[in-house]
Design a protein around this ligand. Structure first.
Ligand code: ADP
Length: 232
């Protein structure tokens, strides 16, 4: 490796996962994948194909049963549970279909809570949360409670919460699954914009329209991952 080039954000070398069963289920067959800084990768496939298994592995929520997973060049297989959780907290931001916001906390409090385990003073955490909310276009709704926000605004808060710790990777699971078409489109535009500013994105979706937004598209079928050729 050249001394100047940063390692890929994600590097999977023969990574697979077989649930032990019985009977054993080969949910993700051994696969190779390199995600570099600034990539926008979408992962598509039918229900039961292995998308959640892939997300859980890349998100360090589960551990592969074969192969090597390097995150920012770090061999995740060598880590114990505590280090693994710490690495996940620092390097990966998650965005889910359901926004998982605390209803009795304002937008800015929801975002600042993501930094609670960092060695930062509260005032710094709140300032960072405000910056993250501004990045997603919510500077005017910082002190709103989630119940007073639209679905699209709630997802923006969730994206700000995922971004506030400056993760290496934003991992999104059906990020527009709970939104109407127009709102979904605005969230996808926001993801495009964040990607344009250098954020690395992996978006899991069963929606072909969402999948097309990625610069790279992976498909998982019956646990087998393949990369789709780019069509211009
Ligand atoms: P998707 O997210 O694409 O719907 P999943 O990754 O959830 O697919 O599942 C892939 C396969 O692994 C399916 O056949 C599913 O039944 C199986 N599976 C998922 N979780 C478990 C588990 N904990 N134990 C055994 N099999 C599982």
């Amino acid at each position: 490796m050249s001394g100047h080039q940063p390692p890929p954000v994600v590097e999977l070398r023969g990574v697979g996962l077989t649930y032990p069963g019985p009977p054993p289920v080969e949910a993700l067959r051994p696969c190779e994948l390199t995600v570099r800084r600034g990539d926008f990768v979408t992962v598509t496939g039918p229900s039961g194909a292995g998308k959640s298994t892939f997300l859980n592995l890349v998100g360090l929520l589960d551990t592969q049963t074969c192969g090597t997973y390097l995150l920012d060049g770090l061999d995740t297989g060598a880590l114990g549970d505590v280090d693994r959780t710490a690495l996940r907290g620092r390097r990966i931001g998650f965005v889910f279909q359901s926004f998982h916001l605390l209803n009795y906390r304002t937008a800015v409090e929801n975002v600042a809570l993501a930094l609670v385990y960092r060695k930062m003073k509260r005032v710094r955490r709140v300032a960072s949360a405000r910056e993250a909310l501004a990045r997603v276009g919510l500077e005017h709704r910082m002190d709103a409670l989630p119940s007073t926000l639209s679905g699209g605004e709630r997802q923006r808060v969730a994206i700000a919460r995922a971004l506030v710790g400056e993760p290496s990777l934003l991992l999104c699971d059906e990020p527009t699954g709970n939104l109407d078409t127009a709102t979904a489109s605005s969230i996808l535009s926001l993801l495009d914009e964040l990607n344009g500013a250098g954020l690395t994105l992996v978006v899991i979706t069963h929606d072909a329209a969402v999948a097309r937004r990625g610069g790279r598209t992976l498909e998982i079928r019956d646990g087998r991952m393949t990369e789709q050729a780019v069509t211009c």
